[in-house]
Design a protein around this ligand. Structure first.
Ligand code: UTP
Length: 235
């Protein structure tokens, strides 16, 4: 018996699209148009699932909510709303190429698979991030790989924007990723991948390719499983 939910089907690829890629406030509409056109091309050869992050909109609401002493799970709920808002924006950019409703659970997103449309979602429940959702979705649909489109161009030992001595990794094992991340979640926290997601990809052995999300050539190569400039996490 084969327990891959996508046995024999077209390759399925999950893209975890950080909110910092969707709405940094830098020609965002233009980027979304170009990204939509890339997804249209890619979807001739693969089935695509995009999980959108909340980015600075999430951070704005979470920071103010924190000033108001709201508990973490309520801050997470606001973060989730912003991820769904971004998912809706991407659906607008994709038009008839995408399902036009934002699934609120991984099961609902998985049930939209196999209809010839790009499935776009945001977060699901408090306590993790959209990287964690991407990993759960990848498991549920039997994805070949996850592309993690972030605001840095690879995984580093420390934040390269703050620490010029940060080491850049071309390749990491799943265990090395887990060791780098630890297991803390805080609303709005931003590591290169989510600790829950890291456990899932390690258990299911789904490779994660970390790329600079605004570099569409990199994104395209990562989605196709070609050589990238970013970090490959596998093995
Ligand atoms: P993300 O952290 O996933 O968005 O969600 P992001 O910052 O744009 O993603 P990256 O880091 O660039 O990839 C924003 C916030 O929403 C809440 C968390 O508080 C998270 O920090 N959230 C999101 C959840 O609680 N559960 C989810 O399933 C998704």
């Amino acid at each position: 018996m084969n327990d891959n939910p996508n046995a024999g089907g077209m390759d399925r690829v999950v893209i975890s699209l950080g909110g910092s890629i969707i709405i940094p406030g830098d020609r965002d509409g233009e980027f979304l148009k170009r990204f939509a056109s890339l997804l249209r091309d890619l979807s001739k050869d693969m089935e695509l699932f995009v999980v959108c992050g909340g980015g600075r909109t999430a951070r704005l609401y979470i920071n103010i909510g924190r000033e108001l002493n709201a508990p973490d799970h309520q801050l997470d709920e606001m973060g989730i709303m912003t991820t769904r808002l971004n998912a809706r924006l991407l659906q607008l950019a994709l038009g008839d190429l995408a399902e036009q409703s934002v699934p609120t659970t991984v099961d609902e997103a998985a049930s939209q698979a196999g209809r010839g449309k790009v499935v776009v979602m945001g977060g699901t429940t408090p306590g993790h991030t959209t990287d964690g959702v991407s990993a759960s979705l990848a498991e549920a649909v039997g994805a070949t790989r996850i592309v993690n489109a972030t605001s840095v161009d690879a995984v580093y030992s420390a934040d390269p924007k703050r620490d010029s001595a940060a080491k850049r990794y071309e390749r990491l094992s799943f265990q090395q990723l887990k060791d780098l991340l630890g297991d803390e979640h805080g609303a709005g926290a931003s590591g290169v991948f989510d600790p829950m997601g890291a456990s899932i990809v390690m258990r299911c052995r789904i490779p994660v390719l970390v790329v600079a999300g605004r570099d569409l050539d990199e994104m395209s190569k990562a989605a196709k499983g070609l050589t990238i400039k970013g970090t490959v996490i596998d093995g």
